[in-house]
Design a protein around this ligand. Sequence first.
Ligand SMILES: CC(C)(COP(=O)(O)OP(=O)(O)OC[C@H]1O[C@@H](n2cnc3c(N)ncnc32)[C@H](O)[C@@H]1OP(=O)(O)O)[C@@H](O)C(=O)NCCC(=O)NCCS
Length: 206
Amino acid sequence: MSKIEIHNLQELIQQNYPQETVEKMLQQILVLSMQVKQDYPDYRNWFLNTQVPGLYDNTRNIIIAHIKERIVGFVSLKKTEEEKKICTFYVEKGFRQNKIGTILVEKAIEYLEEDKPLITIPLSKLHEFIRIGERLGWQITDIKENLYRIGIPEVIVNGEQRENDSLLLPTKSLKKTWRKYKIEKWKQLSKNITIFRIKSNNKTCN
Ligand SMILES: CC(C)(COP(=O)(O)OP(=O)(O)OC[C@H]1O[C@@H](n2cnc3c(N)ncnc32)[C@H](O)[C@@H]1OP(=O)(O)O)[C@@H](O)C(=O)NCCC(=O)NCCS
């Protein structure tokens, strides 16, 4: 693979990198983001009106992995007194499993000065994060059923710990919690199927 370089946009902007080049990069990042955020309500608007201005007022940053002009992965970040968060983390499919994700997270942690930043991940993608998250001691703190999209559970990692949550405690491991959640959901689903069967068996024809 050609040489992968890592840069962060806040630094490039502060070093007076040409505005036109920065804008081209932001455009590429937005296009890449749409691979995973296309059905998040108002993502484009959020990116252009919140994430991009944050690069200029030092509350947000985007770290990119690129091969020459082509961005192949990025992590977008929020860093304020109140919150240190990974907003989006993405590596292009053809470039995965090459440690790009690992390097981006390391750089994100360095910038955020927080090794357990808040991040939310769709449940269906959680397996892709497990090796990275387990190594860093990340913990699932909640699973919200309809946070951004109806019917697509979103896993909250490194958030505020809910007390006495039978699903999430005492198991804190990312992998174990994920398995436990899937099993619980499967049990729920099969219970519903049984109820449904019983109901439909009880139905009488008019
Ligand atoms: C998660 C993601 C960034 C990982 O990027 P990557 O460049 O492939 O990561 P790495 O090559 O550094 O791999 C890190 C570890 O995860 C493992 N891994 C990567 N993809 C995996 C997968 N699909 N399933 C299981 N393990 C996986 C690697 O084997 C590696 O393990 P190791 O460190 O023990 O060798 C990438 O898969 C991705 O962009 N997924 C979609 C992200 C998404 O949905 N974002 C929106 C919410 S923020």
